[in-house]
Design a protein around this ligand. Structure first.
Ligand code: TRP
Length: 344
């Protein structure tokens, strides 16, 4: 297979409660990249099960992410939308990468340290080797670009290190088998722009999260118009009117977050929003934000609900996506096995 020149790969974990942060921070960018790149978007359930997932919920959550992709405007005919565990080659290539990556590299991963917490002895082995599976996702398709949030940058650097070491360890075979100088590309991150760190509506110091016990802390992608408006009405604020400058805004986390959400939804900057609302009270700002949020999100939530009510159609999209992803994955894995020296 020849190395594609502009192929995007990204993944979202099916862990439930998809929210505004997932949409603005990831999915909306996936949608935009469709015009300039060949895109492969994956529901990464193998990653999800590195921590406990309720088997009774997992299937619904896989369909939820798929529905969010489709409802947001990802076109599964022009691009590929599929579910990781349906393609065996992800786990197969991850094993190869477990043998390429070094313990020292993985020991440096900050996400593992955060997720494992104090009780590292009790974390799953999968949680530790999570980044080698992520590298396999990306390199199985020899993707050139990956849109990622800040928290995934280190994993992408590891992916580049794994690609480089594989290319180096097997350079003789790679050249001899007609792949040129290197087999895997040095994948570039597409890093998120400003204002995509969406914080909790109840606490401007915490990220908006699927696991926050308060449903009022997040706007989910299945909230209807009334619920969206209600959550914005109830969002925590401070008593002062909106400030003139970004600097003053920074010192007020809840105000900063709401202005950031407004700016992200309006696809502009916070400064532009302040120039419109400086000196105004939240009693004026919040209804404007609610109106904008409903305008942008309610159509997505309606479409998403429609897909969620039709699991047969979602499954059909995933099956078709898996067929096309598999064609690429099989070819890569065949070449990788030959490079390593496995018998075919
Ligand atoms: N680790 C990513 C996250 O939690 C999800 C992911 C898995 C991913 N495989 C990927 C993202 C490949 C980009 C490319 O957000």
């Amino acid at each position: 297979m020849t190395q594609p020149s502009n192929r995007v790969f990204s993944g979202v974990q099916p862990t439930g409660n998809l929210h505004l942060g997932n949409y603005l921070g990831a999915i909306r960018k996936f949608v935009a990249l469709q015009n300039s790149h060949e895109c492969i978007y994956c529901v990464v359930d193998l990653h999800a099960v590195t921590v406990w997932q309720d088997p009774a919920e997992l299937g619904k959550n896989i369909r939820e992410v798929t529905a969010a992709f489709l409802a947001s405007g990802i076109d599964p005919r022009k691009h590929i939308v599929f579910n990781q565990s349906q393609i065996a080659q992800h786990a197969e290539l991850a094993w190869v990468f477990n043998c390429v990556a070094r313990m020292g590299w993985l020991n440096r991963m900050t996400q593992f340290k955060e997720k494992a917490g104090k009780d590292k002895e009790n974390a799953s082995v999968g949680l530790f080797s999570y980044p080698t599976l992520m590298a396999a996702d990306i390199l199985l398709y020899r993707a050139t670009h990956v849109p990622v949030g800040d928290d995934q940058k280190q994993h992408l650097e590891l992916t580049r290190d794994i690609a480089a070491k594989f290319n180096n360890d097997f350079s003789k075979q790679i050249t001899a088998q007609g792949h040129g100088e290197s087999y895997f590309p040095q994948t570039e991150p597409i890093i998120e722009g400003p204002a995509t760190r969406i914080m909790s509506l109840r606490d401007g110091a915490k990220k908006m999260s699927k696991s926050d016990p308060s449903d009022l802390s997040r706007i989910t992608l299945t909230d209807d118009a009334d619920t969206i408006a209600k959550k914005i009405r109830k969002a925590k604020t401070d008593p002062a009117p909106l400030p003139e400058t970004l600097e003053e805004l920074k010192a007020r986390p809840e105000a900063d977050n709401l202005v950031g959400i407004y700016a992200a939804l309006a696809e502009t900057g916070k400064a532009e929003i302040l120039s419109e609302f400086a000196g105004k009270e939240f009693s004026a700002f919040k209804p404007a934000l609610a109106e904008l949020a409903v305008e942008k999100l309610a159509p997505i939530s309606a479409e998403m609900t429609r897909w969620m009510d039709d699991p047969t159609s979602v499954d059909a999209v995933l099956r078709d996506g898996a067929d096309r992803a598999r064609a690429i994955a099989e070819e890569t894995m065949k070449e990788v096995k030959a490079i390593i020296g496995f018998l075919s």
